[in-house]
Unconditional design. Sequence first.
Length: 128
Amino acid sequence: MLRSVIREHKDNFPVIFSKVCECMEVVSGIEVKEVDPTSHSYDLVKSLNLSYDKRLSDDRGMPKTSLLILLLGMTFMEGNCAPKEKIWEVLNMMGLYAGQKDSIYGESSKLINNDLMKEQYLDYQQLS
């Protein structure tokens, strides 16, 4: 985050990060919890029972919210337009591959194309 988002304001990072965490909880119902202070790793935890959790759950009730948050974050970091290749590069690093079924997300390409785009969380645009 320091290198990509707030390069020239590194000294203010703790204040900025705290405000962002607060805004995420108020706006999207997602709380940022510190998992390991030494490695600065965090977990995103639902703090509200938002409607998209139900729409993005399969029959067993496994929420797909984390994948949505990842995709939205990637899109933001890429200037609000993430190339499909970049998205699949990151998803592949997570062990998610187009056309292959995952125990949590099912077939990720179907989840993205059928569910997330149908619910208008994501949009696909052909670039020339």
